[in-house]
Design a protein around this ligand. Structure first.
Ligand SMILES: [Zn+2]
Length: 226
């Protein structure tokens, strides 16, 4: 017996798009609704997320209480509207100022030079460093067409020339490009400021964000003149 008020047979494919639901398109079965397909497509653009993980995440969100996906959507929207780069160090910032540059307790005589903002968190976790940062936005790599003018090098030289700055710590990744960048900067800044490099011992070829705190802390404490 059909339940009253519910007609499952009224939908005729092709007459109107109708509400999002299961549909059959162009000969192959469409299993997900267009809205869910769009969500899965966006999720699968994220690093480390393949199509299956994207589907799992999408289904997880759909099963969650409606305020969870809404809170996620709101957080994404706020981040994309408000977050830009710090005018000083080029890490992530809101209104042009990052929390580290505006913290009066930071030591302004020392600047740690990193490739990406993601390197800052592991260095902070070591609790070995209380200075400022400078985010280059990558590493020199002729093969990939990344030249000095593509990185925030002019801005770094400008900061290094300020009187209060006495040391730059090169904390570029322990990769070929990271090492080449550290050497290039040491040459460019010779005579301007003391330039040091993290001590060896970090896993070669990996990004700084994958180094463990203890190793990274030791590499910071044992940094050497470049
Ligand atoms: Zn900053």
């Amino acid at each position: 017996m059909p339940s009253p008020g519910h007609s499952a047979t009224s939908a005729s494919p092709g007459s109107s798009p109708g509400p999002p639901g299961l549909a059959v398109v162009a000969g192959h079965a469409r299993v997900l609704t267009p809205a869910i397909e769009a969500l899965v497509a966006e999720l699968s653009r994220l690093p480390g997320i393949g199509p299956r993980s994207a589907q799992r995440l999408a289904f997880h969100l759909l099963r969650s209480p409606s305020e969870r996906p809404a809170a996620l959507a709101a957080a994404l929207s706020v981040v994309s509207e408000r977050v830009g780069l710090c005018n000083e160090c080029f890490s992530f910032a809101e209104d042009g100022e990052c929390p580290i540059c505006t913290d009066p307790r930071r030591d302004r005589s020392i600047i740690c030079v990193v490739e990406e903002p993601s390197s800052i968190l592991p260095i902070e976790r070591t609790q070995e460093y209380r200075g400022l940062y400078h985010v280059l936005g990558g590493a020199l790599s002729p093969i990939d067409g990344i030249a000095p003018e593509d990185l925030k090098i002019t801005e770094l030289v400008g900061r290094a020339e300020r009187d209060e700055v006495t040391e730059l710590v090169m904390a570029t990744n322990p990769t070929m490009a990271g090492e080449a960048t550290a050497l290039y900067l040491a040459d460019a800044l010779r005579g301007v400021v003391r330039v040091t490099r993290l001590a060896s011992g970090l896993p070669v070829g990996a990004d700084l964000e994958h180094a463990d705190e203890l190793t990274l802390g030791r590499a910071l404490a044992g940094r050497q003149e470049l």
